[in-house]
Unconditional design. Structure first.
Length: 314
């Protein structure tokens, strides 16, 4: 158990450092956006590019990985939405947003550092396969469901063509996707960067994880826990327990190798990502629940992630 906490606590300690830095006004809160932008646009794409470029894909089946991870998300999303809709009497649009809050893991800023630190490169390759389509799949699904909910409730619906164009553009310009594609090309062709460039890549990849974690803490300092405590507590249980539990069960069912399963389960066990709050802000509903879920899942994550690490045998 001590070894597990030694692996997990540093991850969440860096988040706490970022939170304290903003709360004590040692750093201004608007610096969080600068750090997050650097990590998202430079650090993490380089880290993922290097990982995929050097990866051994033997035994890695993308279709099985996607089937396990996204089937688990679909089940958990339905449970979260039904809980909000019928358990807490929320409207259809809110239920969609709350469903996303219970299923969208912070894979980029937290999942990648966590999995790399705890489970190693093979597990990181597995979650990279998920990352390649994670955000577009979930955000497109959420947007379509939200537009459908608006239509059923008599709201103004966005044009499908505009939605498709926006999604396509965001996917084509996503830095993480670009990093994964470049890494895949390097792996396939066997191209290796020259020594000076390799050193630069190594340095950028090395700082990506710690800076990402600190930026999460700085961002969390701007959120407040508010709204229906029963509802966001229920969504927190779905996010931290049900979703990774489903991934764990389906990984066994599909016969995924241990490192691959570890990467997927740890990714699913990560606290909720900010995208749910962005969707809530876009549609003007569920902001408090999304923000509270992000905060609560991060606070409790140090315990629940440790338990998943113990179950996985790391």
């Amino acid at each position: 158990m001590q070894q597990i906490f030694d692996s997990v606590i540093p991850i969440f300690a860096l988040i706490l450092i970022g939170w304290i830095a903003v709360k004590t006004r040692y750093l201004p809160e608007n610096h969080a956006g600068v750090l997050s932008a650097f990590v998202y646009r430079v650090g993490l794409p380089v880290l993922l590019m290097r990982t995929i470029a050097n990866a051994d894909f033997t035994g890695t089946d993308p279709l099985s990985i996607w089937a396990v991870y996204f089937s688990s998300i679909a089940i958990a999303w339905i449970v979260a939405s039904l809980t909000a809709r019928f358990g807490f009497r929320r409207d259809r649009l809110s239920a969609v947003v709350i469903g996303l809050s219970g299923t969208f893991s912070n894979l980029a800023l937290l999942g990648v550092p966590l999995i790399s630190h705890v489970a190693g490169d093979r597990a990181l390759v597995a979650i990279s396969v998920v990352l390649a389509i994670h955000m577009p799949v979930l955000m497109v699904t959420a947007t379509v469901l939200a537009e459908r909910a608006k239509a059923r409730e008599g709201g103004i619906v966005s044009a499908p063509g505009k939605l498709a164009t926006t999604v396509g553009y965001n996917l084509a310009t996503n830095p993480l996707v670009i990093g994964l594609i470049i890494g895949g090309i390097m792996n396939f062709t066997g191209v290796e960067p020259a020594a000076p460039l390799a050193a630069i890549i190594s340095m950028l990849a090395g700082i990506a994880a710690p800076v990402a974690l600190v930026s999460i803490g700085m961002t969390l300092a701007q959120y407040k826990v508010a709204g229906n405590a029963g509802l966001f507590s229920a969504i927190t249980v779905i996010k931290l327990a049900l979703l990774p539990g489903l991934v764990y069960a389906l990984s066994h069912l599909f016969g995924l190798p241990q490192p691959v399963m570890a990467g997927l389960v740890l990714g699913a066990s990560c606290p909720a990502g900010v995208n749910a709050f962005l969707l809530a802000d876009q549609f003007g509903t569920g902001r408090n629940i999304a923000a509270s879920t992000i905060t609560l899942t991060t606070i409790l994550g140090v315990v629940t992630v440790s338990l998943w690490v113990l179950l996985l045998g790391y």
